[in-house]
Design a binder for this molecule. Structure first.
Ligand code: ZN
Length: 183
């Protein structure tokens, strides 16, 4: 009876393992919590999203994503130097940790720690996996229709999705807004 096919407007749950071409594991979904995303909303890297289109729950996948369709080509970007004291005192300050910073346009911008040098922390707007070919292997757990609210927000709510009642990483929109500002 499951004829839900992955297409725009579907909520998709996948289990996956991500490796680099050398076979080193970079990331994997938690055993009890598949990655859940809204298809067509650019919640995941473009190369994986387009490879999953048309598949159904129960299918497995093995996808190689070039950097241009993944986290981007590696660019020479000068790191930004910040003082350790600029970070929350309880923050985990180590290479690869992601933070949100206020970008030039006032919107939150993701940054990653590139290096820690004593009291100085070097951060970069470049994703740590920029320039890396991504090898995904996984299975599709579930495909369901997104709710209207999820579609208007552009992300999944509930298990595996956004919880607006906590600090969700600077993702600040409220649920009291009228729907007259939808496109
Ligand atoms: Zn939302």
């Amino acid at each position: 009876m499951s004829e839900a096919t992955i297409e725009d407007g579907k909520v998709v749950s996948i289990h996956y393992v991500l490796k680099n071409p050398e076979g080193e594991e970079l990331d994997r979904s938690a055993e009890d919590a598949p990655l859940t995303y809204l298809h067509g909303a650019h919640n995941i890297v473009p190369g994986l999203e387009s490879a999953l289109a048309g598949k159904q729950a129960g299918e497995s996948f093995s996808v190689k994503v070039a950097p241009g369709q993944g986290y981007g080509e590696k660019q020479k970007i000068k790191p930004i130097r910040l003082l350790r004291s600029k970070f929350p005192p309880d923050a985990k300050i180590e290479k690869g940790t992601q933070f949100l910073m206020q970008g030039p346009d006032g919107r939150p911008m993701p940054i990653w720690i590139a290096k820690v040098m004593g009291k100085e922390v070097h951060v970069t707007p470049q994703h740590p996996l920029a320039g890396v070919t991504l090898c995904f292997d996984g299975t599709i757990q579930e495909v369901r229709d997104a709710t209207e609210e999820e579609k208007s927000h552009g992300h999944v709510h509930g298990p595996g999705g956004h919880h607006h009642d906590e600090d969700d990483h600077g993702h600040d929109h409220d649920h009291d807004h009228d729907h007259d500002e939808e496109e």
